[in-house]
Design a protein around this ligand. Structure first.
Ligand code: AMP
Ligand code: MG
Length: 332
């Protein structure tokens, strides 16, 4: 994807620019800002018109609800019914990359507090308290919950730099606060605490292993969960060129590499006897793979590469989230 001259919206995330961004959000506009996961496209989550702008800018299906970014547990209690399980999770993992789905709070038990558009008409809300200092300041200065999905066009890889935001959405945002590349690189873990066992609807920076130390996790068939998470049915994270996955054993994926400019990323070297790759990235750790995955998908597609082959890591720790994004990006 080639930048269309929208880089002029990028500003450094200084105190002054964060204040300016908070004013824009308060008056119903859109700003992009860094979090520890990926860059978000933020608006006042309680303002229907502002939230509608997010759906339009991204081309996001209206049935995919948004995450509200709050400052912490007390703030969360205004918008959701925080049960004991949710509270335990918040104490352990907030601020951080964990989104919690809870029943939406109502005023005097009747009037919705979070508008239906933000929740995509569900009776639940998704809340997260981010860890990134710029995101924390922005939420505090705006003084309201910020609805923020990833700041990419719907279906594309999530942005982990301000430039990636400008490439996708530069024309639709007033400001892009730049604080350098994000550190985790994958979106938050999404958990649903409205049933007895906590269900992981999307793996992310807070891993299954970490969650299992604090709460009982749903152990059933994961395909039973897909109807609970509207976002999982839509196409996601896909680069503009075909992506093939390599399990580290079978050579079949590399048949695709014959006679084309192929790009590769993974933890292991690809088989030796192939034609030279067009681009090759070997990550030193699974954390590095997670951090750079989306950036490399974008870099490869704009490098003149014709296909991408990516190694599917095993599912331990951050490997679960990397596998999930790769499989969805490859459409498998
Ligand atoms: P995104 O903002 O694109 O990173 O995605 C947010 C994810 O959270 C999507 O998969 C949504 O479907 C999911 N989500 C947000 N709100 C809810 C909710 N109330 N119930 C279930 N899933 C939700
Ligand atoms: Mg997204």
């Amino acid at each position: 994807m080639v930048s269309e001259g929208n880089n002029d919206r990028i500003v450094p995330a200084t105190r002054e620019w964060i204040s300016e961004a908070a004013e824009i959000i308060k008056s119903g506009g859109l700003v992009a800002f860094p979090t520890e996961t990926v860059y978000g496209l933020g608006a006042n989550g309680l303002d229907e018109k502002a939230v509608q702008k997010i759906f339009e800018a991204k081309g996001r299906p209206q049935d995919n609800p948004l995450i509200l970014h709050v400052s912490g547990i007390r703030d969360a209690m205004r918008y959701a019914e925080v049960n004991e399980t949710a509270e335990a999770l918040m104490h352990s993992f907030w601020p951080g990359p964990l989104t919690i789905i809870m029943y939406a709070a109502c005023q005097a038990d009747v009037e919705d507090i979070v508008p239906a558009i933000t929740r995509a008409n569900l009776g639940t809300v998704a809340l997260r308290a981010p860890l990134h200092p710029v995101a924390i300041s922005l939420i505090e200065l705006a003084g309201l919950p910020i609805a923020a999905p990833s700041a990419n066009r719907s279906g594309r890889p999530s942005p982990t730099t301000a430039c990636a935001v400008a490439d996708d959405l530069g024309g639709s945002v007033a400001l892009i606060l730049d604080a350098g590349p994000t550190t985790i690189g994958l979106e938050s873990t999404v958990v649903d605490v409205t049933r007895d066992a906590v269900a992981i609807l999307r793996p992310g920076g807070v891993t299954k292993e970490m969650l299992a130390k604090v709460v009982d996790l749903f152990e059933g068939d994961e395909s039973d969960l897909s109807h609970r998470s509207p976002g999982t049915k839509h196409r996601h994270y896909a680069p503009d060129i075909p992506l093939f996955l390599w399990d580290g054993e079978e050579r079949a994926s590399f048949e695709m590499a014959k006679g084309v400019r192929w790009c590769y990323m993974g933890l292991r070297e690809p088989p030796r006897d192939l034609d030279t790759s067009h681009r090759k990235v070997i990550f030193a750790s699974i954390d590095e793979y997670a951090r750079d995955l989306f950036g490399k998908l974008r870099e490869f597609e704009s490098s003149g590469g014709e296909i991408i082959i990516a190694e599917l890591p095993d599912g331990h720790n951050l490997g679960g989230a990397v596998r999930n994004r790769l499989m969805r990006a490859a459409g498998s």
